[in-house]
Design a binder for this molecule. Sequence first.
Ligand code: NCD
Length: 307
Amino acid sequence: MRHLIDIQDLSVSDIEELISTANDIIAHPDKYSEVCHGKKLATLFFEPSTRTRLSFEAAMYELGGNVLGFSEAQSSSASKGESVADTTKVVSCYADIIAMRHPKEGAPLVASLNSTVPVINAGDGGHFHPTQTLADLLTIQREKGSFENLTVGFCGDLKFGRTVHSLISALARYKGLKVVLISPEELKLPSYVKSEVLKPAGIEYVQTTSLEEYMPELDILYMTRVQRERFFNEEDYLRLKDSYILTPEKLKTAKESLSVMHPLPRVNEISVEIDKDPRACYFKQVLNGKYIRMALILMLLKEAGTI
Ligand code: NCD
């Protein structure tokens, strides 16, 4: 049974296939509108989400399938003390595929070990978020045409930002990547991502606290929100939350071809004036997220022999 827990569960050719299916869905949506007829996706969200959950649901509906699930731990048996393993065993009896978001790192992996249907990690704590990465990759492919020779700046909460960890891990497999890590001292990229991903792949990277310093070199600027829910104390959050705010002024030195990305939700990191700049790609990422999730559901259900 194939699951998606970490973006590394997908090979470079799997990613190529997903992107090509997503592009085909964008071009010919009617071809796909009944392929999951009678199939059910369960969305088990133990942590709040708007985009990811609705994107999975919209994806399954657009494939002609149905959706069941819950959107907060309080409304599930987790509030009675049920384990993730048991919840998964139960839900595997009702659904053909599961998307799980959980505040604990590793929970979707535990689910996958107890499931008889494919499990997709829809975000586990500050760890990974592979389907956001797929949305990011589809966006980069559509904006840039290739994943090679890109200089990518990651800015904001690089410590708790799971979307950053997964995207770095995905991009590290392509040639010519340069990474600029822009964060306050307290929110630097975890050393495991550097030692397990960047260093073994021989990726050139710099760490800086300045958003302006490397702006002229960037092909992509990936902004992130400071992850309030992962802080132990509110004072630290309040002190760090506005560390970086992207304004039109700060974009003046950037390339014309820069793509500004953000997994959303945005708090303050990108001034709304940037929304009308043609370099802003974050709302395109949202739409791409739905198409790539359609492609992923199709791939996993086909491999499971369900469709
Ligand atoms: C991200 C997440 O949940 O990690 N959002 C998303 O999935 N679109 C980023 C965030 O919450 O800041």
